[in-house]
Write a protein of this length. Sequence first.
Length: 415
Amino acid sequence: MNQSIQDLVVGGGVLGVNCALALADAGRSVTLVEQNTVCSGCSHGNAGWVTPCHSLPIPGPGLVYQTLKWMLQGDSPLYIKPTLRPALWTWLWRFYRHCNEPAQLRGLRAMAELNRHVLPLTKELVQRHQIDCQFEQRGITYAFRTEKGLQKGIRECERLNDHGIPGEVLSPHELRSREPELSDTMCGGVFYPGEADCVPDQFVKQLATRLPRQGVRILDHTTVNGYAVRGSQITEVATSNGVLHPENIVFTAGAWTLVQARKLGLRLPVEPAKGYSVTLKRQAGTPHNPLNLAEAKVGVTPWRDTIRLAGTMELAGLQLKINERRVAAIIRAAQEYLPRFTAAEPLETWTGMRPLCSDGLPIIGRSKRFDNLLIATGHGMLGLTQSVVSAQIIARMVLGGDPGFDVTPFAPDRR
């Protein structure tokens, strides 16, 4: 196969599927390539949250000290595997530079503006394509076991409120009235009503089935092996299914975008951040609605027949080995916050690589080095949340129009 095409999307997760759909809806001819199968990465096993309240970037005041303590604990919420890998140390230095209040507030302004659109856009997409993925806006409740954690949560809620993201502080009684399965030792909580959730793999897989109807060609089990470049244009993409000559290329391969970028001599400020989840049958101790077990950094999502526990962040390179100690920490946290929860009948233990930028903001935009390369990656734990709005921005940029947002904070070439 040696073929000229309009738009090539590299990566078949939630970002890739949404970008392909947005481009097709705009009248473009689209080919999507995926090295495995659609929805085989982070799109499969995450918590399933569409969560504007996660607008505060991860790097912030006090995190460096906390991270140094966590590094000594293999089962901590954030674990950095000791290594001499230069790329990680460069990323950590950039991360450190953003662990201050002014940088976090700049990031919050950009993220809040982007996230203001995620719920209506995602809801409209689900309804328009009749996606049966248990999508529901039922809010997310943050539960705090310590007074220190609660006070930090209240400060974050106030900042989010100032940026148009509603949240309300809950007393211990109000928290347990909302979620009676929580331990009576809880100090309080925060409820964010403008959040939704769904079963993420059902969302992505069903959306992917709509792509061929829109004229999108999907090439799964297809690797991208290399590129030919002339000046500021990528002229040729060599794949295991033949050579393609695209007008535009969109990188949406999550953490594996790093691999593709390096083939073009690009260095993105992204590090693979491994996350874990455990999916179990619904059982005693299951909360009514999604919970964030705040100090443990564990998300709990109950669905009709199942419940998923998701959490931890592990910086250990691009590898998918499951660390059972970290899985056990997730289960233990759930049992500490939800005393009747036994974690019986596990159905799946999963790990995936989340692409995390050193400043906590995603990458959405056009490369300065290559005129026909656009990138949508680095969303960290917000891939599902920001997938639809990111795809809208990418499609507008391909068409040469106004992206509708100030995309400067999300530029691929920022440092």
